[in-house]
Design a protein around this ligand. Sequence first.
Ligand SMILES: *Cc1c(COP(=O)(O)O)cnc(C)c1O
Length: 391
Amino acid sequence: MIYLDHAATTQVAPEVFAAMQPFLQDQYGNPSSWYKLAHTAAAALDEARQRLAEYVGASPREIYFTGCGSEADNWAIKGTAWALRDKGRHIITSQIEHHAVLHACQALEQDGFEITYLPPDSSGLITAQQVAEALRDDTILVSIMHGNNEVGTLQPIEEIGEVCRERGVLFHSDMVQTLGKLPLNLADMPVDMAAFSAHKIHGPKGIGAMYLRRGVKIRNLLDGGGQEWSKRAGTENVAGIVGFGQAIELLQQRGEQEIPRLTALRDKLLEEIPKRIPHVIVTGHRRQRLPHIASFCLRYIEGEGILLSLDDADICASSGSACTSGSLEPSHVLLAMGYPHEVAHGSLRLSLGRNNTEQEIDHVLEVLPGIVERLREISPLWADARRSGGI
Ligand SMILES: *Cc1c(COP(=O)(O)O)cnc(C)c1O
């Protein structure tokens, strides 16, 4: 099997599994308890926090573990809105955010907040200028993702953050896809909050983290016990946190060689697929993009058809985002970038990870043209286009 859906999730690394195992078995203490068994868990938690903090250039006190990346996004957005609602009720985000951000903003609209959804250009870029022009006296938060999970476009978050800082507005960025793919030094970045997730970096599912800059006060999403300095209640997912820490350690060990390797595989896909298959559009920005995401629209076919045929060939890929690909709705990201419905329907995302080899990429390049040709032969869109002389 060839797995090319690392933007959806990744396999737990063997080292991560091994590091987690003791905390699911013998080391089951609750980190808040007082006996030695609990100290082991508490120490492991501290170590993982320290590791993540160091890796993203933050202080350990600025890292809060959450149940997932989606929770971190929700907390940053709703926590800010609830804390600052007397100051203003306007929030700026983009049309191409992950649903964890978009739907959190939509939920706030029901509570009387006003949201501006900035449109990207055709390459998926949002500019600092757009943010500057949308800022108002009652704007309390800007939330713009770092790297897009569908088309890979990287946003100029330093410039956007500077604009926010000048105007005294908090800035949150969803960094789930950039963790491990770009060097991050949050101490030097004009970012107040950021969301991370372990399962996109060969860690376990169900564990995320929020970066919250020291001094920034937001309301809690989960109230209860005193965990995470009384900011996020719930007995810690110790094994998950330990796994997250171990996944970070692997990034520290391998990151530097891994990024150019992924970039080369990505570029091979971006260059070769349009050469070997007619009527293909590369989506996303050509240069400002994540090293592991290659994305396309294959004209005159449906993404679902491609995915089924690829699955038959034991290749896992995705069309649109994982959450929407169960439905027939085309990706909100591609529609926002200006692609018509029928083009967006033919989207294909190949996202790379640690275990992918060049041979696997060559194999995909060999089988994909035949799959597309067969699908087009039975596609009404293809027949229509030929009849009308479009191709
Ligand atoms: C996967 C993903 C999330 C959600 O993370 P979970 O841990 O699955 O909740 C949020 N944002 C982006 C950009 C993602 O790719």
